[in-house]
Design a protein around this ligand. Structure first.
Ligand code: ZN
Length: 187
């Protein structure tokens, strides 16, 4: 059975109901009892997987995988998102999908921790002193901060999708000033 609940409900910080798939909503207290019962029971094979929701809408958009290898659909998505090797200043074709935070160190096999790298950069990144910290920046695009053995840091962002132009927000005051100026030039 699958039980979907927020981290706050799981940890007791919220009483928002959980959803028992195929049944419907269940109260937070019952959900926590189900989880603790499953964890305490030696015969149980309970596992926890993180699901990711869009902050504005709560819509579920991604799920982490417990596998070390990126599942095919996720791998295809990361290749499409990154397009080229994500190491700053390297533009080689993607050959490997890499865990930014290593899998052995608890790094998730998910869209946030996955990076497309060329073969050379994937091996270089394993050298002591290199580390990569993935993040979602304020514009919600995927970014990664690379730290080199000399301590220098470089950021790498996933490219925008084809045909996407940056939308600038212009205030009404700026529009008014521009119109006033265009009138001056015309005069
Ligand atoms: Zn590379």
């Amino acid at each position: 059975m699958n039980l979907v609940l927020s981290d706050e409900t799981l940890l007791g910080g919220s009483n928002a109901p959980a959803d028992l798939c195929g049944y419907g909503p269940v109260p937070a207290a019952i959900a926590r009892e189900l989880v603790s019962g499953a964890v305490d029971d030696e015969r149980s094979r309970a596992t926890i997987r993180r699901l990711y929701a869009r902050p504005a809408t709560g819509a579920l958009v991604a799920m982490e995988s417990r596998a070390r290898l990126f599942p095919r659909g996720l791998a295809a998505f990361i290749r499409l998102r990154d397009q080229r090797c994500r190491t700053p200043y390297c533009d080689a074709p993607i050959r490997h999908l890499d865990h930014a935070r290593p899998w052995v160190a608890g790094g998730a096999t998910d869209v946030g921790n996955g990076l497309g790298l060329c073969e050379r950069c994937n091996y270089v990144k394993e050298v002591t002193g290199w580390s990569v910290r993935p993040e979602v920046d304020e514009k919600c695009s995927h970014a990664a901060e690379f730290t080199t053995p000399t301590g220098m840091t470089y950021r790498s962002g996933a490219p925008p999708m084809p045909g996407w132009s940056v939308r600038l927000e212009i205030s009404e005051m700026e529009i008014a000033v521009q119109m006033a100026c265009s009138g001056l030039h015309a005069a």
